[in-house]
Write a protein that binds this ligand. Structure first.
Ligand SMILES: C[S@@+](CC[C@H](N)C(=O)[O-])C[C@H]1O[C@@H](n2cnc3c(N)ncnc32)[C@H](O)[C@@H]1O
Length: 264
């Protein structure tokens, strides 16, 4: 077994994964900007760069143990564990031990949300602290990770919407894979009515937050906000403040991604 590793910038990662994933049935392990690929034969840098349509920085290939446990030890934790309670992993990774809530998500076609992005992880960490009080909507659900987590934590009914059809297609597969009840639909939150619930999960760009804030009613009790960087927080929060919501908790990363829990 061989392990090829290379770096891509955050800006290029989606495009590189779109190009390479169809060639790599065993998947790609993401760790920030470092991407790692297992294969039975040593992958050629020039072939992979041609497929990706760009140079792949810091390319290395090494022979690794065939046994997944030994490989996992080499890469560190296979999936992502959030708050010591939730494990997010791809279908080709073995379940995490220890009674964690096990969320299995596949991504493809550029759909967002393998669980590796810090905004997804921060939203999950904030979600763990919200007492269940009814239904939840994941606005900009990508492949459904947050909606699936909400359903597994007891929120009901749960809805996930995204404007990208392939994201909704994959989200539906992930919902079935996780054995939860989540209704997924293609909705453009720039134009269509915004579905509401006591809990809104909004890991999406600022224009979506503006639209959600405008649509808020008394039904909404909590909003988990992410998909924004530090310099966008003030403007995004102003929209929610205007309808009576204040930040109750905040998380951030070194590269400036922010997540907030708002309550009224
Ligand atoms: C940062 S990703 C978050 C995905 C997922 N909720 C997660 O946390 O892993 C933002 C998502 O918002 C979706 N999105 C952006 N603008 C949208 C819009 N106007 N209507 C619906 N979805 C939108 C994108 O397609 C993308 O899937």
């Amino acid at each position: 077994m061989f392990l090829a590793s290379f770096r891509v910038s955050a800006d290029e990662k989606e495009a590189v994964l779109d190009a390479l994933l169809p060639l790599l049935p065993a998947g790609v392990h993401e760790n920030g900007e470092l991407l790692s690929v297992f294969s039975g034969v040593p992958l050629s840098q020039s072939v992979m760069e041609a497929a990706a349509g760009r140079p792949l920085a810091d390319w290395t290939v090494e022979e690794v143990p065939a046994d997944w446990r030994a490989r996992r030890a080499r890469l560190g934790e296979g999936g992502v564990i959030v708050g010591g309670r939730i494990s997010i992993r791809s279908p080709w990774e073995p379940p995490a031990a220890g009674g964690l809530i096990d969320i299995v998500v596949e991504r493809r076609g550029g759909a967002f949300g393998s669980g590796s992005h810090p905004t997804t992880q921060m939203c999950l960490a904030l979600l763990l602290d919200v007492e269940v009080c009814g239904g939840a909507v994941d606005l900009g659900c990508g492949v459904g990770t947050l909606a699936i987590a909400a359903a597994k934590l007891g929120w009901s009914p749960v809805v996930g919407v995204d404007r990208v059809p392939v994201a909704i297609e994959v989200a539906r597969e992930n919902v079935a894979r996780n054995g939860v009840a989540v209704d997924c639909a293609v909705v453009d939150l720039a134009a269509d009515p915004v579905p509401l619930a006591p809990l809104l999960l909004v890991n999406a760009p600022p224009p979506v937050h503006a639209r959600v804030a405008e649509a808020m009613t008394d039904e909404v009790r909590h909003v988990i906000v992410s998909g924004i960087v530090a310099e966008e927080v003030e403007a995004v929060l102003a929209g929610y403040h205007a309808v009576g919501f204040d930040a109750a908790a905040a998380l951030g990363t070194e590269d400036e991604w922010i997540a907030l829990r708002l309550s009224c």
